[in-house]
Design a protein around this ligand. Structure first.
Ligand code: JFZ
Length: 310
């Protein structure tokens, strides 16, 4: 079982935002949707929910290669990977008995993305974690992007989340961390989620975004620096480009050396203050890693090796 110190000592990891929104790539009906994160294109469009859900019939990421992604993370000097098991759109990258809106039962791909990556990480000795949104725009009676994401969730949705958490904590081996996100759970709901996770895997580090002081680590902004010596272990999430975590086809990917320098600078600032840095990639809908993002990661790995840290 991992200790908190072991989690902190990993320092550098990979975040992966991947889902139905990766197919849209920040475009809808030939139009750029540029008013928010591309992984939230459903809300930003806004896109009619049935039209968005129909993306599931096109989800077939034949170029998703878990071992290649793990190899890329290792080349970058990363020690762990966290993937979006479920984002706000409610689509699941893992097999869940709670809904067929998942990659195994609801797409022509028929495979469990989370399982493939968990197994690849285990083979290569990387730690593995999941992002799990308690906001679920697909859940009947759940928050919609129309009524706002900061309403408390219903008890039916709480039960649904707990059932999914049990699946995630039971079928994918050791989960080093779980990145809960958003919503406005009551203190009792935050406790329910945290206790469900720790009952099955006491060592799993829970993000502070489970709210109500039930997290094991705090989440800081990209360039955030803690004002005071932080009591909690902390992690700084960073995206490759400012306004999106999910793939965006029209992103301007320029100045590769500058981008590598920017990300190394963030990494060093975070790590030198005792934090843990998690850098995102947003694969395309077919599962392929954007070449520019792979180049950034390899560039960082080269720098770390030269400086004796990887
Ligand atoms: C949330 C999500 O809403 C977003 O779509 C993405 O998944 C991101 C990783 O998480 O947004 C956040 C959450 C926390 C920070 C920034 C964006 N933060 O602490 O800097």
């Amino acid at each position: 079982a991992q200790t908190i110190k072991a989690w902190q000592d990993r320092k550098f990891g990979m975040f992966i935002h991947f889902g139905l929104y990766s197919i849209a790539g920040g475009m809808w009906d030939g139009r750029r949707i540029d008013n928010g994160y591309s992984e939230q294109i459903l809300a930003n469009g806004p896109i009619p929910p049935t039209a968005y859900e129909a993306l599931a019939s096109r989800f077939d990421p034949v170029h998703f290669d878990a071992d290649a992604i793990v190899a890329l993370a290792k080349a970058a000097g990363m020690k762990f990977i966290v993937i979006t098991a479920k984002h706000h759109d409610g689509f699941n990258l893992f097999q869940t008995a709670q809904t067929t809106y998942n990659t195994v039962d609801g797409t022509p791909y028929h495979k469990d993305v989370v399982k493939q990556l968990a197994d690849a990480c285990a083979r290569a000795g990387l730690k593995f974690g999941v992002y799990y949104s308690t906001i679920d725009w697909h859940h009947p009676g759940g928050n919609t992007y129309i009524d706002g994401n900061s309403n408390p969730i219903t008890s039916a949705q709480e039960a649904f989340n707990v059932a999914q958490l049990k699946e995630l904590m039971s079928h994918y081996g050791p989960i080093s961390e779980i990145w809960f996100d958003m919503g406005k759970p009551t203190p009792a709901q935050s406790a329910d989620f945290a206790q469900t996770v720790h009952a099955l895997q006491p060592q799993t580090m829970i993000s502070g975004r489970v709210w109500n002081y039930y997290g094991d680590f705090a989440v800081m902004g990209d360039n955030a620096e803690p004002d005071v010596a932080m009591e909690l272990p902390w992690q700084a999430p960073a995206s490759m480009f400012p306004d999106t975590w999910g793939y965006r086809s029209w992103e301007q990917r320029t100045d590769l050396p500058g981008k590598i320098r920017e990300k190394i600078t963030q990494l060093v600032r975070v790590v030198s203050q005792g934090g843990n840095y998690i850098l995102n990639i947003g694969p395309e809908g077919d599962g392929s890693v954007v070449p520019y993002e792979a180049q950034v990661l390899r560039g960082m790995g080269t720098w770390l090796k030269r400086n004796g840290e990887a």
